[in-house]
Design a protein around this ligand. Structure first.
Ligand SMILES: [Mg+2]
Length: 124
């Protein structure tokens, strides 16, 4: 079965870029424009998600709130979550991990780094 990944970013360019990277390694991609949209995509369907890759700075609901909300749900407490953000201060990373992210990658995204981390998280 194809693994499905949710990409969350308010930048269309980044959504397209990350989608392209994931599709090259055979993953299926669904995109959301912010945390609120991501929760709608997750709870509005019965999809089985393999992972979420999320930005931090987004309108409506940012990445921290999105991750915290997902981690409150036992169904998603173990879902692999990757943050990809322009914020590269230690405090941002600490906040991301505290929210429940597994990996924190700083933009601009290095495709090889993203793929390596995805493989590690998916055990593939
Ligand atoms: Mg953003």
């Amino acid at each position: 079965m194809t693994k499905k990944v949710l990409i969350v970013d308010d930048s269309e360019m980044i959504r397209n870029f990350h989608s392209y990277i994931l599709k090259t390694v055979g993953l299926e991609v669904i995109t959301a424009v912010d945390g609120a949209d991501a929760l709608e995509k997750i709870y509005g369907s019965s999809e089985q998600w393999a992972m979420a890759i999320t930005d931090i700075n987004m309108p409506n609901m940012d990445g921290y709130a999105f991750i915290e909300r997902l981690r409150e749900d036992p169904e998603y407490e173990d879902l692999p979550i990757v943050i990809v953000s322009t914020e590269d201060e230690l405090q941002d990373k600490e906040r991301g991990f505290a929210a429940g992210a597994n990996v924190y990658i700083v933009k601009p995204t290095d495709p090889e780094v993203l793929v390596e981390n995805i493989r590690m998280l998916l055990g593939a």
